[in-house]
Design a protein around this ligand. Structure first.
Ligand code: NAD
Length: 361
């Protein structure tokens, strides 16, 4: 069987790690029909957008995407292509596992966390009011009229939006994932003590959904406490479910627990489509240098193989990656004891090493 998959190299270091990942996926023996689609800064000039409609149309056709990172200019210009892609395809669940492998330089052993981040709303709704605009003035007036709080006119506003519908489906997703994958506990993370309505809603809906899953333990944590606990005793946590912003932050924290962004994979999953991508960004300062670690994207490829039902290939690729990490020879600078280690290899050599292992598994 041949799988049609939309391949989005992205920009910055994206094309290099995408090429390395494509090679190892093909070396598993699974057949792919890659639909290559360009997105990111390189197409902005031509199309006036970092996410042309063709990209969305292609994923609608293939149902599955494998994506490199895309740069989002800070504080100006277009919205994030990543956020737009998730929204347009209603990829409401962002699944980010954080797992230790022998040989990774981590302060911890035996971490096996699953972060389930809500992907479509919260402060990422993109609803913002810029300082000095009539919309912002109107919003300030509405706030003053409805709450009695008169905010500083010299300010900007971003809307934090959390709905029952989106919360219910993300918490259900976390419990279903826990059940299907033999996990024992789901922890809902929030700041409901301060944001009583938005995060309060997230918590109360999570508590309701938890009642439908008596076989899985449920608990909740306030997000600041969660950060401290993850650093102190990450091994006691299992599946975490979080609103968008906390999920983004906690998944980077969790990547730090297991050895860095170079090995942290992710998946964006909706009812109809799924797009697999590393947690990290485009690391533009290393673009074109054959330097960064392709393993986060390769592990995302492992998740994609599982999603496609190619369990055997997924297990083999994960094993091959684990072996290369454990040997520590053909790994990039970020997995070496020191970042300036002269024995660090480049992106493409990592792919060669993984393929050599795959051939023997
Ligand atoms: P980043 O993840 O690109 O890089 C931060 C640092 O982490 C890098 O400088 C590098 O030291 C390290 N790093 C990242 N990936 C690595 C890898 N594969 N191997 C080794 N080291 C790695 O984060 P940033 O600098 O905050 O973001 C750069 C751009 O990427 C921004 O425009 C941001 O918006 C975008 N971004 C995109 C995505 C996405 O496409 N899903 C995700 C996050 C950030």
């Amino acid at each position: 069987m041949q799988y049609a998959v939309t391949l989005i190299p992205g920009d910055g270091t994206g094309p290099e790690i995408t090429e390395a990942t494509r090679r190892v996926l093909e070396a598993t023996g699974v057949q792919f029909d890659w639909h290559v689609q360009r997105a990111g800064l390189e197409v902005f000039e031509k199309y006036g957008t970092v996410l042309p409609d063709e990209v969305i149309e292609s994923i609608k056709q293939t149902k599955v995407g494998l994506k490199g990172p895309i740069t989002t200019p800070v504080g100006r210009g277009s919205r994030s292509a990543n956020a737009a892609l998730r929204k347009k395809l209603d990829l409401y669940a962002n699944l980010r596992p954080a797992k230790t492998y022998q040989g990774l330089r981590s302060r911890y052993d035996h971490i096996d966390l699953i972060i389930v981040r809500e992907n479509t709303e919260d402060l990422y709704s993109g609803i913002e009011f810029q300082r000095g605009t009539s919309a912002q003035e109107e919003m300030l007036e509405t706030i003053a009229r409805t709450t009695g709080s008169r905010l500083d006119a010299n300010s900007a506003i971003s809307i934090k939006y959390i709905s029952v519908l989106a919360t219910r489906r993300i918490v259900k997703f976390a419990f279903e994932y826990a059940r299907t994958n033999g996990r024992r506990k789901v922890t809902a993370v929030h700041k409901a003590n301060i944001m009583k309505f938005s995060d309060g809603l997230f918590l109360s809906v999570a508590q309701e959904v938890a009642k439908e899953y008596a076989d899985i333990q449920f608990e909740d944590r306030i997000v600041d406490n969660m950060c401290m606990q993850l650093v102190q005793k990450p091994e006691i946590y299992d599946v975490l479910v979080l609103p968008n912003l906390y999920g983004d932050i906690i998944s980077d924290l969790s990547a730090g627990l297991i050895g860095g962004l170079g090995v942290a994979p992710g998946a964006n999953i909706g009812g109809q489509y799924a797009v697999f991508e590393p947690v990290h960004g485009s690391a533009p300062k290393y673009a074109g240098q054959n330097k960064v670690n392709p393993m986060a994207m390769m592990f995302s490829g492992v998740m994609m193989l599982r999603h496609l039902g190619e369990k055997d290939a997924a297990v083999r690729l994960e094993k091959a990656l684990a072996q290369v990490i454990a040997e520590g020879k053909y790994v990039t600078y970020d997995l070496k004891p020191r970042p300036d280690d002269q024995t660090a290899v480049g992106t493409s050599r990592v792919a060669d090493a993984v393929i050599e292992k795959l051939e023997k598994i």
